[in-house]
Design a protein around this ligand. Structure first.
Ligand code: PAF
Length: 287
């Protein structure tokens, strides 16, 4: 595996590979890698001749009171993990390389980015789209890999790729969970032991709603109430930012499951914000 610091060097490497007829899979990350990221890299490895992973904590997607400065960083460990799962090129640009002093253009995503995370974190998805667009222009991959844990991010990026006629295809991989069901996230390290135990109440709450849907309940309010009950009892969150049944395509709230729904949640356990989601697949026949 080779570490690449400069955008022009990164682009030259992938263009040379392309001239040799090789395909490129790309996994963008902010580092602090866990099994969720590694599962994306393994998938890219299986599906492509060349695998690029980027490691860049993107200042544009953090709000002024968020954890940009304290976000977990360990480039040596990340590089070791990337090498172990077969990454060819680890792209590790500096902030000034991607955002020089005269940088002034950004992407403004549409309605998909306005709700949920977009409402909680104004400007977040503009920062995500801007960096992903830059990275896609540098790496020019055949396939971009993102995780379903950040379901809204995947939907917003998919819309940008469609709207900007990008040739890259998006592949969204399933959530990777710990043994107790907690979705893996770089921010889980912020949880203390007691909070970590409570955090497992979040996936259990989503699971409870999904079981109810499978038993035939289609009313979104009942499904949300079921999840909220388990969440309050088991996770005792400091705050529920949102917990909503939405249309998986538009992310707009639904009143009733017609087809598949998506239960989106963000809660605060201690000072840590956790995100999770689960598809709700209703049984045929209504209640
Ligand atoms: O999901 C992330 O880690 C980031 O939002 C991404 C896609 C790497 C862009 O900075």
């Amino acid at each position: 595996m080779r570490e690449v610091l400069r955008a022009d060097a990164m682009r030259a490497l992938v263009r040379r590979a392309r001239r040799r007829g090789e395909s490129i899979g790309f996994v963008p990350t902010m580092g602090a890698l866990h099994e969720g990221h590694l599962s994306l890299v393994r998938r890219a490895r299986r599906e492509h001749d060349r695998v690029v992973v980027s490691l860049f904590v993107n200042p544009l997607q953090f709000g002024p009171r968020e954890d940009y400065r304290t976000y977990p960083r360990d480039a040596v460990r990340d590089a070791r993990l990337c090498r172990a799962v077969g990454c060819d090129w680890l792209f590790r640009p500096s902030a000034t390389a991607l955002y020089p002093l005269d940088f002034e253009t950004s992407v403004r995503p549409g309605d998909l980015a306005a709700r949920w995370e977009g409402a909680e974190r104004p400007g977040h998805f503009s920062g995500v789209c801007t960096v992903v667009l830059k990275l896609l222009h540098i790496v020019e991959p055949d396939v971009l890999y993102l995780g379903q844990k950040d379901a809204q991010q995947a939907a917003v990026v998919a819309a940008m790729m469609r709207d900007f006629n990008m040739a890259t295809r998006l592949s969204v991989a399933p959530i990777v969970r710990d043994r107790d069901g907690l979705a893996l996230s770089s921010r889980n390290v912020y949880l203390n032991d007691e909070e970590r135990v409570r955090a497992a109440g979040l996936p259990r709450a989503l699971l409870a709603a999904s079981r109810l849907a499978r038993r035939g309940v289609r009313d979104a309010r009942r499904l949300e109430a079921e999840a909220r009950g388990v969440l309050r009892r088991e996770a005792k969150p400091q705050r529920i930012d949102y917990l909503k049944v939405v249309d998986p395509r538009t992310l707009a709230p639904v009143r009733r499951l017609e087809g598949r729904g998506l239960l989106l949640a963000s809660v605060r356990i201690g000072r840590t914000r956790l995100l999770d989601n689960r598809y709700l697949i209703p049984k045929r026949g209504a209640r």
